[in-house]
Design a protein around this ligand. Sequence first.
Ligand SMILES: CCCCCCCCCC/C=C\CC(=O)SCCNC(=O)CCNC(=O)[C@H](O)C(C)(C)COP(=O)(O)OP(=O)(O)OC[C@H]1O[C@@H](n2cnc3c(N)ncnc32)[C@H](O)[C@@H]1OP(=O)(O)O
Length: 261
Amino acid sequence: QRRMFTNVEMDNSTGVAVIKMNSPPVNSLSLEFLTEFAINMEKLEMDRGCRGVILTSSVPRIFSAGLDITEMYGKTPEHCGAFWRAVQEMWLKLYGSSMITIAAINGSSPAGGCLMAISCDYRIMTDYPKYSIGLNETKLGIVAPFWFKDTMINCIGNRATEHSLQLGLQYNPPEALKVGLVDQLETEDKLMTTASSVMSQWLAIPDHARQITKSMMRKPIIDQLLRQREADVQNFVKFITKDSIQKSLQMYMEMLKQKKG
Ligand SMILES: CCCCCCCCCC/C=C\CC(=O)SCCNC(=O)CCNC(=O)[C@H](O)C(C)(C)COP(=O)(O)OP(=O)(O)OC[C@H]1O[C@@H](n2cnc3c(N)ncnc32)[C@H](O)[C@@H]1OP(=O)(O)O
């Protein structure tokens, strides 16, 4: 039986779906997870009754740990290529969605987890000091590709992105609010109610005007990736299969395990 990585609950009375990521222990974004996520987004996009999506997590304390490192370590170039296509697809579906997308960030959200959040239209994060969010790729010895970087620039601006990406910064909730990485903080118990109430404000705007405006803002980056999608895959495969990068990933995974023990 196929495993489910996300639960989708559609409320037909409001036209809002809640996608709950549910892949313990850390909602890491595996090839299967990403494939299922993209299919779910596609189905909601095709559903004329669905106007908005709230993205959140069922896993305690974690929104998403980002890309599943085990999908990039010790794998064949073919596997790495298929994995990267799935990462691209997830981003294209989320960043390019015509629906209103709100991230209710109820836990830590490094790297690919942060990408998912900043690909949404609005972010509300639980105000808990131990949670963090940011694109920390350089800390793993890897480089965030241009479409991660440009998504971040569209969210927090050029200078803050440069600072944030070079240092691989992870922000706690008040810091994330200050830099503009999230739009609002909320207590754990009120997070989903607040997300629904923000959604209602966005739903009050006529869809066609909002959708054209959103597309105007995001289309240049999306088109840039679409134009060079296969080259981006080949870049990734070449980069990630290098011995030095594989060594960095191995050391990072060992560090994660040691931290635990
Ligand atoms: C020249 C340019 C060319 C372009 C090339 C492109 C290059 C590639 C770009 C790649 C882009 C994006 C990168 C990513 O998204 S990489 C993933 C980055 N993620 C992280 O750094 C997060 C790591 N995890 C954590 O910090 C913590 O786990 C946590 C999320 C804060 C949770 O902490 P916790 O204490 O609650 O849990 P923990 O004990 O650490 O973890 C539980 C088990 O889960 C495993 N695990 C954690 N994160 C991942 C992951 N991302 N992938 C796979 N597995 C993960 C962890 O090892 C534990 O496993 P085990 O129980 O010990 O077996």
